[in-house]
Design a protein around this ligand. Sequence first.
Ligand SMILES: *[C@@H]1O[C@H](CO)[C@@H](O)[C@H](O)[C@H]1NC(C)=O
Ligand SMILES: *[C@@H]1O[C@H](CO)[C@@H](O)[C@H](O)[C@H]1NC(C)=O
Ligand SMILES: *[C@@H]1O[C@H](CO)[C@@H](O)[C@H](O)[C@H]1NC(C)=O
Ligand SMILES: *[C@@H]1O[C@H](CO)[C@@H](O)[C@H](O)[C@H]1NC(C)=O
Ligand SMILES: *[C@@H]1O[C@H](CO)[C@@H](O)[C@H](O)[C@H]1NC(C)=O
Ligand SMILES: *[C@@H]1O[C@H](CO)[C@@H](O)[C@H](O)[C@H]1NC(C)=O
Ligand SMILES: *[C@@H]1O[C@H](CO)[C@@H](O)[C@H](O)[C@H]1NC(C)=O
Ligand SMILES: *[C@@H]1O[C@H](CO)[C@@H](O)[C@H](O)[C@H]1NC(C)=O
Ligand SMILES: *[C@@H]1O[C@H](CO)[C@@H](O)[C@H](O)[C@H]1NC(C)=O
Ligand SMILES: *[C@@H]1O[C@H](CO)[C@@H](O)[C@H](O)[C@H]1NC(C)=O
Ligand SMILES: CC(=O)N[C@H]1CO[C@H](CO)[C@@H](O)[C@@H]1O
Length: 797
Amino acid sequence: MVAVKMMRQLAQVTATAVLVGEAAAQNSAQANITSDSYFYGQSPPVYPSPQQPGIGPWADAHTKAVALVAQMTPEERANITVGFTTTTGCSGETGSVPRLNWPGLCLLDSGNGVRNTDFVNGWSSGIHVGASFNRNLSYERAFYMGGEFKTKGVHVALGPAIGPLGRVAEGGRNWEGFSVDPYLSGQLVYESVKGIQEAGVTATTKHFIANEQELNRNPIREVASLSSNIDDKTMHETYLWPFADAVRAGTGAIMCSYNRINNSYASQNSKLLNGLLKTELGFEGFVVTDWGAQHTGIASALAGLDMVMPNSRNYWGPNAGNLTIAVNNGSMEDSRLTDMAVRIVASWYQMGQDEDFPELGVGMPRNILAPHAIVDARNPVASPIVLRSALEGHVLVKNVNNTLPLNKPKIIGVFGYDAPAPSRYNVGAQSGDTPNRWQFGYDSVLNYLGFLSTTAPAPPFAANGTLTSGGGSGAALGAYISAPLDAIQQQAYLDGTQVYWDTISANPLVNGATDACLVFINAFASEGPDRTALYDDYSDALVQNVAANCSNTIVTIHNAGIRLIDQWIENPNVTAVIFAHLPGQDSGRAAVQILYGLESPSGKLPYTVAKNESDYNVLKPDQPTGQYQRFPQGDFIEGVYHDYRDFDRKNITPRYEFGFGLSYTTFEFADLSVAKADGAVSTYLPPGSNIIEGGVASLHDVLARVTAVVHNTGDVDAMEVAQLYVGIPGGPVRQLRGFEKVSIAAGDSATVSFDLVRKDLSEWSVEEQSWVLQEGNYNVYVGSSSRDLPLTGTLTF
Ligand SMILES: *[C@@H]1O[C@H](CO)[C@@H](O)[C@H](O)[C@H]1NC(C)=O
Ligand SMILES: *[C@@H]1O[C@H](CO)[C@@H](O)[C@H](O)[C@H]1NC(C)=O
Ligand SMILES: *[C@@H]1O[C@H](CO)[C@@H](O)[C@H](O)[C@H]1NC(C)=O
Ligand SMILES: *[C@@H]1O[C@H](CO)[C@@H](O)[C@H](O)[C@H]1NC(C)=O
Ligand SMILES: *[C@@H]1O[C@H](CO)[C@@H](O)[C@H](O)[C@H]1NC(C)=O
Ligand SMILES: *[C@@H]1O[C@H](CO)[C@@H](O)[C@H](O)[C@H]1NC(C)=O
Ligand SMILES: *[C@@H]1O[C@H](CO)[C@@H](O)[C@H](O)[C@H]1NC(C)=O
Ligand SMILES: *[C@@H]1O[C@H](CO)[C@@H](O)[C@H](O)[C@H]1NC(C)=O
Ligand SMILES: *[C@@H]1O[C@H](CO)[C@@H](O)[C@H](O)[C@H]1NC(C)=O
Ligand SMILES: *[C@@H]1O[C@H](CO)[C@@H](O)[C@H](O)[C@H]1NC(C)=O
Ligand SMILES: CC(=O)N[C@H]1CO[C@H](CO)[C@@H](O)[C@@H]1O
């Protein structure tokens, strides 16, 4: 609270009126907005906290929850809103109500797989799913992953992540999310939430919101967390956009972030929780803190927080005893405490966890090395999905003269530290450890809780073996790793190929008769620190050294985020390049299928690869500066002009544009049709009208339909991602507003169609506090990337 006072003094505020009990939640520091300053300082108060609507698909669960919670004493209701020390591998466990046989909930990381345990799959990471541009696959991955959580007795999966959205190019956690694009992110989180929850597990969409950097994400001693200062239009059109889709999919939980927004901590920001989430988006589930993200007591409950994790060291006290005291002394309505419990219990009913749910945390002891019953959570039916999700995130960006696919090469060389399996050991991670500590010799645990005064930098690359996942709480490790070198050796056995390999040297010897030199490098990132660069000299030298002696050098990069390659991309000896992202346990198996042409690459870049770091408008995390040393400020002055929207605006030529990716075949686009849907459309929607989960219901009315035909003009069966971009009058020149991935046999064609809903075609009006269609001509583009758009048309409203 000292921080709050200081903030106010610093920002020279005139105190704004605050209601009783809200002072801590408000943190309101009025903006010092001048003509040359874009500083936002204020988060307006929004009270009281809306109760669970309990409508539509939630009606039944709501009714049951209300009935069960009505039987609970205030102490019991409070008890289920906080964490208790766990003896299982759960990241957190809520209190239970033994008297009513309510078991409490197990919460566990993450959106990329079940963390820190055995007999689970190591799935591809978020960025890899983003690169697949495949809705079905996102759903299936999530469904089978959700099943694994359930088998282990986990009620609440702590994922998917759609924040960070990748504002900061070097952000440490960007790889956990799908894409820098809010539309792509929204479409894939929708499928992911559906998938996890249809498997019977509550999805926790995170981190709400604007947790765009690791630096200063948590308070350190007297320095507060970074404040992400976002204007209302950018909030709606960029950062809130995918969360609206997650709520539309019915996400049972939302995790609030560590940072502040407009100077108010996410866990106590009433505009965010009561306003945007629970009123505007009609959110039905519960809001849980990120671990240790609570910074005030009753004020956070009033601002809309429903659950605190992980344990009794929180501001509601052990058993949340302070909540019942607050109800008794009049500083909190009883209805708020009841609503918190109802939202939590309703999620449990909504996912069907009241029937036949496994024992909490079964087969998943805190110390996985301790003797325990084996619970194999892997569904055999999921194996092809694990592989498919590993395959489709590979993005081929260079392939001179069809050097790929390889066809029974006589001699190959395999180079680079990223080719073999991790050279250290897998002894089983202990709960609370970063699972890949053994893999990378890198420990982000201390940073994880944010207690360190300094943040140790992450290594730029993981030198000790192939990178299948990023680091920190989103890391996913399965029961095995298929490393590229192992899979290549197996292929060599089938093809009768001579393999030479050196995965240690930076300047390996290249046999002059080698047909193809395969170089594997990576780019590491982790929760905890941000990255220090988008490339590293060691890996670049390795590529160049091999290329100096090999005229057919094929580079595969396992990149946990954007990786620049201009250092060597124009070297004529570098004949093929694949961004292989983070494929999970089937990495090598998938790489071989792509390299040898069993599968044509079908991934597309879910971000822009620039020629130079300086081309990104926000490259590095915001630092505490000037008078805001103790209250770091991150002004999102670029607004919605982030990644390709900014490159397009400034006419910067990227190395590879958003949405780009090659195939082993060729595609042509033809026959564009753009038609308005039947029925007159009003441009204006009164705010607050007919809110369902995700916002005003009619935002999803289809206003136009676009179709096109994609021809596979080459001689390989393959998938293509047809992409639709729209130029909304007054907005960015192009924004992704549709994509469809289709499988087309060589010589065949497929019709793709895109429905444009009202929200896709609207701008957020700050004055109207509503989405508003623009009057005028909308440019419509269809093609294979954000800059290869052969079909153009217009729509007029
Ligand atoms: C407010 O803006 C004025 C004018 O730019 C500047 O002189 C002053 O230092 C600012 N104060 C704060 C607290 O930012
Ligand atoms: C942040 O501040 C801006 C500018 O004052 C305001 O438009 C917006 O609604 C605020 N958002 C939140 C979440 O406080
Ligand atoms: C609160 O939850 C804990 C942990 O599950 C449990 O041991 C305790 O009995 C619960 N308290 C009440 C009042 O139900
Ligand atoms: C997605 O699923 C639909 C319906 O099940 C199917 O028609 C389509 O081919 C699938 N697409 C991909 C890329 O798997
Ligand atoms: C109230 O919260 C404080 C910590 O903020 C804690 O020390 C105290 O034990 C709590 N009281 C109860 C009854 O839970
Ligand atoms: C009521 O109880 C809460 C929680 O212990 C405490 O923070 C608050 O100061 C109390 N208010 C009054 C008026 O006693
Ligand atoms: C591609 O192949 C053609 C025909 O063999 C050859 O002329 C050309 O130099 C090759 N291009 C490159 C970049 O190797
Ligand atoms: C590789 O492992 C060694 C220990 O075997 C460790 O000292 C080193 O830091 C690791 N390198 C990286 C980049 O993680
Ligand atoms: C390409 O490789 C050949 C050897 O195969 C070498 O002679 C030549 O110098 C290399 N070119 C470059 C630009 O590295
Ligand atoms: C980016 O440009 C700067 C200035 O021209 C140059 O020093 C730097 O090496 C370039 N970085 C990369 C990755 O090419
Ligand atoms: C590591 C390696 O093989 N380097 C050789 C590359 O080729 C030059 C001559 O072209 C040799 O001098 C290097 O030893």
